[in-house]
Design a binder for this molecule. Structure first.
Ligand SMILES: C[S@@+](CC[C@H](N)C(=O)[O-])C[C@H]1O[C@@H](n2cnc3c(N)ncnc32)[C@H](O)[C@@H]1O
Length: 203
């Protein structure tokens, strides 16, 4: 018997349904959804289970234990529309996937150096067709909205763990997206002071 590689992220169990409620508007009936930084795999498996068989999901993560967890969840749930998780560093100029209809990234860009956020947007611009969607979820700072005290504390905690981490300014992410051919984002407020941020490729 092999050891169970499944990881459990309590936040993923809480936020996956509200995220799917927003994400489903942007998912096609068929095609490929590329997830960056899949973590435990509890999001991608939940999204795939709620999607048609012709919509295929490609999970990825830098971390080997995360990839093993995602594959273990996929096997446990018997999902045929998820590919095996593959290594992908968002910051890299070369991604192992050449084309996707939607790119999803949940809770990565504040728990990784800024290079990863820039790489994520650049990579999404490389793999998405015109009109393709880059869908982000997480906590952000916004110039015109006071940051929730819980997010300020979270930011300090992240920076203590790694000075290169921390909440990003939504305007800074949107500026990188604009440079890479994305329209201004649609922003959806989510529970616990998180946001869905949806960029559509225009060029
Ligand atoms: C807080 S976890 C979020 C996981 C999952 N998306 C979720 O919300 O439960 C952050 C994940 O980002 C991954 N990660 C960090 N930097 C990355 C990078 N540059 N490229 C790809 N994955 C990265 C980590 O390995 C980890 O699995």
């Amino acid at each position: 018997m092999t050891e169970d590689a499944r990881l459990y992220a309590p936040s993923a169990a809480r936020n996956r349904e509200p995220i799917l409620n927003v994400l489903r508007t942007y998912l096609p009936q068929r095609g490929l959804v590329l997830e960056i930084a899949s973590g435990s795999g509890e999001h991608v498996t939940f999204f795939a289970a709620a999607s048609p068989a012709e919509l295929v999901f490609q999970p990825t993560d830098l971390d080997e234990a995360a990839r093993a967890s995602t594959d273990a969840w996929t096997a446990e749930l018997g999902l045929a529309n998820i590919r095996p998780a593959i290594p992908l560093d968002a910051a890299s100029d070369v991604w192992p996937v050449e084309r996707a209809d939607v790119v999803v990234c949940i809770n990565m860009i504040h728990i990784s150096p800024w290079d990863s956020a820039v790489g994520l947007v650049r990579g999404a611009a490389r793999v998405l067709p015109p009109d393709g969607v880059l869908f982000l979820y997480g906590p952000y700072r916004r110039a015109d909205v006071p940051t929730a005290p819980s997010n300020d504390e979270f930011d300090l905690d992240l920076k203590r763990r790694n000075p290169a981490w921390g909440l990003r300014d939504l305007e800074a992410v949107a500026a990188v997206a604009k440079e890479n051919g994305f329209a201004p984002p649609v922003v959806v407020e989510m529970p616990s002071n998180n946001l869905c941020v949806i960029f559509r490729r225009t060029a």
